[in-house]
Design a protein around this ligand. Structure first.
Ligand code: AMP
Ligand code: MG
Length: 409
């Protein structure tokens, strides 16, 4: 269902904006990145040494050093016969030379240089030829690419001082619950601090959205109705709490009153079973053209449930709204370390907070251990985890050493 919704979103035209290159990390490219010149733009030496003809250097005869090039100088040459040209890393290789012999591998006497036997060189050694990485006019990255340090470096090399990126989708976060107090205030008896609002805001920002935390709604119809009306202009709405079967779980009826089109109202996972996915028919003045619905998830309020359902279901929809061609969630394989035992449930796939060590030896998988957890409200367990161990429905007990799947955060 989520996949079908994403497929619908993919062809949509998203708005873009121009941002300085320095501010583009974490954004999504709205334009293809084009090479404005060959990369490298000239045959470049990768070593300090002497540019020469490989066949002559390999005969170990002394070659006259007839010039010198440092990085930043225009290409020199041509290289006369039986000559070498002193060259620094990053400098253009003079025309006529086909290899660079390293400073450390030569003997230099009376302006003559000789490659020390038994070493030889081949044409192309220690040279990156012009255009082998990219040709002028090549599309180097398509629109939809996530911008990180490598893309920033490439954009800079190609002369992009600013980049067109997609406007971040606005994601309203509505926490619900009479028991919630803001982080700044001291909770009264029976109250707890609202930890889902900042947690979800952080998850939204990390997934490329622009989070907007709405005032917490109380567990009554009136409060929920007016809160839902406020969320109208968002591209996505995340509601936390109030979707279970309890007497004060009033979110689903409120969504129905707001005209929601429900895709599903439960999933076979634990934690997170009561997850709701719907679309609210609210005209958005937001980034999506020809689109008149706010994608809405009702996440179960327990923090571990909210986190897991966000990663599995909301993050992929958010990535599509953000114009990203990457599709979360991300899974990996790991070797199960501890504690062994039966962790599965009959009809539910489980996602349990776990810690994976990626400091592995060659040829071995990362090692993952379960973090002991006292229910899905266990914030210390959540905060000590860096992934979730996936336990398929009805799976047999897991032995130490078994290969298991993890959901990356
Ligand atoms: P609910 O889904 O509303 O039934 O809530 C399930 C559990 O999660 C309850 O113990 C709530 O107190 C807790 N909870 C709900 N919302 C939040 C929140 N925003 N921050 C922390 N805990 C919450
Ligand atoms: Mg509640």
């Amino acid at each position: 269902m989520v996949a079908a919704c994403i497929a619908q979103l993919r062809p949509l035209r998203l708005s873009s904006q121009r941002v300085d290159l320095a501010l583009a990390a974490g954004r999504v490219l709205a334009q293809p990145l084009i090479a404005d010149r060959d990369q490298p733009p000239f045959a470049r030496s990768t070593r300090d040494g002497y540019a020469c003809r490989a066949s002559q250097a390999s005969s170990h005869l002394p070659l006259a050093v007839v010039g010198s090039s440092r990085a930043g100088e225009a290409p020199a040459g041509p290289l006369p016969p039986h000559a070498a040209w002193e060259i620094m890393t990053g400098a253009p290789v003079p025309e006529g030379a086909d290899a660079v012999i390293m400073l450390e591998h030569v003997e230099l006497a009376q302006r003559q240089v000789r490659l020390l036997p038994p070493r030889t060189v081949k044409p192309g050694d220690n040279i990156v030829s012009q255009g082998v990485q990219a040709r002028e006019g090549d599309e180097l990255l398509p629109a939809g690419t996530q911008i990180q340090f490598g893309q920033i470096a490439l954009a800079a090399a190609c002369g992009y001082a600013a980049l067109d990126v997609f406007v971040r989708p606005r994601v309203a976060i509505l926490t619900t619950g009479d028991e919630l107090t803001p982080v700044e205030s001291s909770p009264g008896p029976g109250q707890i601090r609202n930890s889902n609002a900042p947690m979800l805001a952080a998850m939204v920002a990390a997934a490329g959205g622009d989070p907007l935390i709405l005032p917490t709604a109380a567990d009554n119809a009136q409060s929920l109705d007016s809160a839902l009306a406020q969320a109208a202009r968002a591209d996505m709405l995340l509601i936390s709490g109030g979707v279970s079967a309890g007497k004060f779980d009033l979110v689903e009826p409120a969504l129905a009153r707001a005209g929601a089109r429900f895709h599903f109202t439960g999933v076979r996972i634990q934690p997170g079973k009561p997850l709701v996915f719907c679309e609210l028919p609210i005209r958005s003045s937001g980034i999506i053209q020809n689109e008149n619905s706010t994608k809405c998830f009702g996440l179960p309020g327990n923090p571990v449930s909210s986190a897991v359902t966000f990663l599995l279901f909301a993050a992929p929809v958010l990535a599509a709204l953000a114009g990203s061609s990457q599709s979360p969630p991300r899974f990996a394989w790991a070797r199960f370390a501890a504690p062994a035992g039966k962790h599965s449930k009959k009809d539910l796939t489980r996602f349990l907070p776990a810690f994976c060590s990626f400091r592995t030896m060659a040829g071995s998988l990362p090692e993952v251990s379960l973090i002991p957890m006292q229910g899905s409200g266990d914030l210390p367990a959540l905060a000590r985890s860096n992934c979730f161990l996936v336990i398929p429905e009805g799976a047999p007990p897991i032995d130490a050493g078994a290969i298991v799947r993890i959901l990356l955060t």
